[in-house]
Design a protein around this ligand. Structure first.
Ligand code: MF3
Ligand code: CO
Ligand code: CO
Length: 261
């Protein structure tokens, strides 16, 4: 797919179904996250719940990715590979990123979890998790027909640059169009200038998924596994993601739930 597609109501219904499964899984992950479990356990839980709902994990074998979820711990920005060697400790922060395929359509979302609860985590860790969530909200607030795709990144950048702490916005990984394909046009930057990029139209579907570092924005890709992306300076990183459909009034987050709107 080389151009942005407008989804039909039937396609949007399929994306809503896939997104519901993803959101329900991420709601349930809340209950299993605790000190002592492994990221492999999270993967098994996600895989089993997804297949029980008749969906396919989009990440499994996607360009060779070996697991049914991404689990990105502390200084891991994204694409962390679940492992039986990675045991959660109180005070860790972790992103769990899940994409379900149902009837050929995708629903992609990720959230942060505070291991051991807010009391166990440093104030800085709690704050970067909150700021990344607000960054997603700032991006979503820009989405409406007639606005430009670049306004999304501009809204996120303006929010982050208005804060007292100089958080780093990751540049190398972006949001994306989504539908019958996992990653389609357009690319959604989490920084940039207003008025840039294609015009937003009702029926477009894409993700917004800002990655915010406590420190510098630079990234390092693991040479060992070819997937794990870490902050270059070792600082903590946080990310939240929704799959959206553009409506006449603005947008609807298809992967929203009561726990994460
Ligand atoms: N779910 C991720 C995203 O938000 C993509 C993961 S691709 C994988 O776009 F191969 F790393 F799983
Ligand atoms: Co994702
Ligand atoms: Co995504």
């Amino acid at each position: 797919m080389s151009r942005i597609t407008i989804k039909t109501p039937e396609e949007i219904a399929k994306m809503r179904a896939a997104s519901r499964i993803t959101a329900d899984i991420l709601d349930s992950v809340t209950e299993i996250i605790k000190p002592g479990i492994t990221t492999e356990h999270i993967n098994t839980f996600v895989h089993n719940m997804m297949t029980a709902r008749g969906a396919i994990p989009a990440t499994l074998d996607y360009h060779g990715f070996p697991k049914s979820a991404c689990t990105s711990l502390n200084d891991v920005i994204c694409h962390g590979i679940p492992s039986s060697y990675d045991v959660l400790e109180a005070g860790d922060i972790i992103n769990v990123d899940v994409t379900s395929i149902k009837n050929g359509y995708h629903g992609d979302s990720s959230r942060m979890y505070l291991v051991g609860g807010e009391e166990a985590c440093s104030p800085e860790a709690v704050e970067v998790v909150r700021v990344a969530r607000e960054a997603l909200r700032a991006g979503i607030a820009e989405v409406k027909p007639g606005a430009h795709i670049g306004d999304i990144g501009a809204g996120i950048q303006e929010y982050i640059e208005g804060l007292d702490h100089p958080y780093g916005i990751v540049r190398e990984y972006t949001g994306h169009g989504i539908g019958s394909e996992f990653h389609e046009p357009p690319q959604i930057l989490h920084f940039g200038k207003r008025g840039k990029g294609p015009k937003i139209k009702a029926g477009m579907t894409f993700t917004i998924e800002p990655m915010i570092n406590i420190g510098a924005p630079g990234t390092v890709l693991s040479k060992l596994d070819g997937w794990t992306v870490r902050t270059a300076d070792g600082s903590l990183s946080a990310q939240w993601e929704h799959t959206l459909v553009v409506t006449e009034e603005g947008s609807e987050a298809l992967t929203a739930s009561e726990l994460f709107s």
